[in-house]
Design a protein around this ligand. Structure first.
Ligand SMILES: Cc1cc2nc3c(=O)[nH]c(=O)nc-3n(C[C@H](O)[C@H](O)[C@H](O)COP(=O)(O)O)c2cc1C
Length: 415
């Protein structure tokens, strides 16, 4: 059934933002004639509760997020092969159900590096979310509070760590881009530590640029002038401006880069010397690097390829997980993100040794569509699906999720 969009002016709540945006679009010359009516009719979610899976939010978000911002969110690098590989790679493993286990009480709760969470589903760090919703990461933080889930705030976030922490009502983890100037890095780290963050997740997978073709293409489809909101280069394309991000307030950003191509493993010790926070490395994909991470003093690892936005490796993160878990050798927790779209994906990652599993784009689809309540529903859907996977495989808690509940077919479905 095709549902129309409620336009009751007395409506309150998180989806008001969506309706406001549609009203704004209706008044815009971009959508002259009957285009607005056609667009409104295409909106199929009138409330977050109507979403049956996270893809319903993808469809809803796509209809309201302008092309340039949609390109920013969805893009991988080169031909987006790794973005697709991340999601497809989960198909290699099948679940192996077990019967007559008393699954009347199933707990998804867990604890990683001292942080308790209602389920192992984490909200990954995503930069510049004001492009998706005016309340950005703070709305997500309120959702994380309602659901009692872990959120990792990006260095590039549109909300400050203080605002996000206040909205969460508990500490977040802070994602750190290393920058190319250690004094600036120390300022970021000290600020996160003062805000109460117990863990800093250092992203190490984008040392020197990337080729985001889809983002560039969709930006060309967008008729709105970028310079209205962004710093632009002489060709009118937006340039990444860290100086406008709240986490860089008070930091001298002249000549400051987000990352540095010259960093090596000694960075971990330098970082540990200036902070009491636990140091997690995000973007590890090889067993050798997991061993080196342990040796360098890292407290945890997130297997990640930046959602397919770093290198066109063609390898899904779930395929890298085994060797990283082996390299870490049980000495530090290993987490994973990339292409997780179902609770059964979460289950598979846990069964292959992950301690927690991150989602990126899915929660942003929920945020863009409905704000806080959209993110809450995304978490609810994934947790419900995870619970059902556990019930089917006879696992009553995360410790009972074992590799023996998976079958490795060795074949990845490419559809
Ligand atoms: C639009 C976008 C922005 C991102 N920004 C950041 C960031 O600022 N810092 C970071 O460490 N990772 C960033 N990531 C990577 C995510 O944290 C995460 O690794 C990825 O989204 C997981 O894959 P998924 O989107 O398929 O779930 C970003 C990803 C996307 C899609």
């Amino acid at each position: 059934m095709q549902r129309g969009l409620s336009m009751n002016k007395n409506d309150k709540g998180p989806d008001r933002h969506r309706r406001d945006l549609l009203r704004w679009l209706a008044a815009s010359p971009l959508l002259a004639g009957g285009a607005f009516e056609a667009m409104a009719q295409e909106v199929t979610l009138a409330a977050p509760g109507e979403a049956l899976d996270v893809f319903d939010f993808e469809a809803a978000a796509k209809r309201i997020v302008p092309p340039a911002h949609w390109g920013y969110l969805q893009s991988g690098v080169d031909g987006d092969v790794t973005v697709r590989a991340n999601a497809q790679a989960f198909s290699r493993w099948q679940l192996r159900p077990r019967r007559f286990v008393d699954v009347s009480n199933v707990s998804l709760a867990t604890e990683v590096l001292g942080t308790k969470m209602a389920s192992p589903v984490m909200l990954c760090p995503i930069g510049s979310l004001r492009a998706m919703h005016p309340d950005a990461e703070a709305a997500a933080a309120r959702a994380a509070k309602t659901r009692d889930q872990l959120q990792i705030l990006s260095t590039q976030a549109s909300s400050s760590i203080e605002d996000a922490t206040a909205a969460r009502g508990a500490p977040l983890w802070f994602q750190l881009y290393t920058t190319n100037r250690f004094e600036a890095t120390v300022q970021l780290v000290r600020r996160a530590e003062s805000a109460g963050c117990p863990v800093v997740a250092v992203t190490v997978d984008t040392p020197a640029g990337r080729n985001t073709v889809t983002a560039t293409r969709l930006r060309r489809d967008d008729q709105r002038p970028c310079r209205a909101c962004h710093t632009v280069n002489d060709r009118g394309n937006p340039v990444a401006s860290i100086s406008t991000k709240p986490m860089f307030a008070g930091i001298d950003t002249k000549g400051l880069g987000l990352t540095s191509p010259s960093l090596q493993w000694d960075f971990v010790k330098r970082l540990k010397d200036v902070t009491k926070m636990k140091v997690v490395l995000t973007g590890i994909e090889a067993g050798e690097d997991a061993e080196l991470a342990v040796k360098a003093g890292a407290d945890g690892i997130i297997v990640s390829n930046h959602g397919g936005r770093a290198l066109e490796s063609g390898r899904g993160t779930i395929e890298s997980l085994g060797e990283v878990v082996q390299g870490a050798g049980g000495r530090i927790p290993v987490m994973l993100d990339g292409g997780v779209r179902r609770g059964s994906d979460v289950y598979k990652a846990l069964a292959l040794g992950a301690s927690a599993v991150g989602i990126g784009r899915p929660w942003v689809w929920g945020l863009a569509s409905f704000g806080q309540s959209g993110v809450e529903r995304v978490l609810e859907i994934l947790n419900t699906e995870l619970r059902l996977a556990m019930v089917g495989c006879g696992a009553r808690n995360l410790r009972e999720i074992k590799a023996s509940s998976l079958i490795d077919t060795g074949v990845v479905r490419r559809d």
